[in-house]
Design a protein around this ligand. Sequence first.
Ligand code: ADP
Length: 510
Amino acid sequence: MNNQPTILAIDQGTTSTRAILFSMELEILAVQQKELKLYYPRKGWVEQNPETIWQDTLEVCHAILEHTANRAEAVAAIGITNQRETTILWDRSTGKPVYPAIVWQDRRTDIVCERLRAQGFESMVTARTGLLFDPYFSATKIAWILDNVAGARARAVRGELAFGTIDCYLLWHLTGGRVHATDVTNAARTLLFNIVEQQWDTDLLALFGIPAAILPEVHDNAAGFGMTDSALFGREILVGGMAGDQHAALIGQRCFRPGMVKSTYGTGCFALMNIGPDFRLSQHRLLTTPAYRLNGEMIYAVEGSIFVAGAAIQWLRDGLGFFQDAAASETLARSVLDSNEVYFVPAFTGLGAPYWRSDVRGMISGLSRDTTRAHIVRAALEAQGYQTLDLMAAIEEDGGYQAEVIRVDGGLVTNGFMCQFLADMLNRPVEVPKVTEATALGAAILAGLAVGLFASLEATEHYWRRDIIYTPAMTEAERKRLYIGWKAAIQSLLHPSRNAVEPAASDSRQ
Ligand code: ADP
């Protein structure tokens, strides 16, 4: 390895903590990873240990610096990307968390959200934050800690406690407790940050009962967040980049122009469309969120999510024992000519956008005596295409742009059958980049920008390399026929009393 500057990306996810070293050409030089445990102390509660998160982060960073010939002096900057919304409150003098991290998946504040919605506050909150009332976001989690940990509220008011999402908590530790700051994309997931005025919103703080004294400063995504404590890596390194995971992936996929879309297929699927500098409210209960802010200039995105993507494949593997390795799903799907009229709606936890029905559950329809395992597996992979088409229709209406291509990443995109079907259903090319670690890459790009390794975001487009492009190869008639079948399956799930084989008039929406 030569002496060219490198960039260290910290990717703190829900199930693992990773450090990835990138070259100036944004190629991966080294990866270190530690699995992270989730705790389920009660039904609907999901927690993690913040101190483990910090120790794991330190460990993977040290391992990167030690296990490569690269010394800390070659690392020009650090970028952080993270699981979003997960909430930590800690003591400013000791750094000790006052309660475990409440993870984004935690539903303990469901009732609070329902009550606030019933009181009619949602439209005001949505107009300011781009979000919906949901326990997913940080505000009600913060309030829960303040109300349930003895003395926490009084200490918070006195300024003794700090709140942060994972990015902010890691920055605080990396800087030896000197810097309490976050970035706009992470701040925007709290329900407390006004993304139009771009500041913490006093009305929202009052609504959720959150004292302003606990809040971090909010910076652009590429900024001088702070220098690492020299005791950690032998010298100070600038933390120069920060963004929530989906926003970082949008950057990693170089979706810098309005109308560009990235879609990440992991356990679930998150699609974001860059919509440019103007804030727009969704008409389909999607989220409006900062894509990124650089030099004070905000670029917005519309975000839609599918709850179950790769998790359906996991379920076929672990729940039904259909195969041992997720990759076998491709061979099985290709072993049959079609799904034999089988549709698999993986609504294990309800249906998200554009249906929003938390009460329904999954369904496999069209089973006959000649249905095989292969047909069901194929239907599960095809469901990714149908679900994405449903979501894209909503995103394009809300965003006001048509996406010319879709850039994909995440574990599922190694499945060529899935990607081809996606291209066929969307009737648009689907591009898989060479570096599919889009999230870490985005953090590295931001950090590189902060130290002038790249002149601009656009300057990094040059390094984006396509690995595979899937172009649509299905006839229009076939596409329509298949999609009408999917919509009929959805309708029979949403309205079980109706005749399931007759799609409603609106079902031909393409
Ligand atoms: P996450 O970041 O959410 O943990 P990943 O991006 O690592 O998820 O993707 C893992 C998911 O991708 C798993 O749900 C797994 O079932 C699925 N997956 C991985 N490889 C394949 C494949 N070749 N075909 C289908 N699904 C796959």
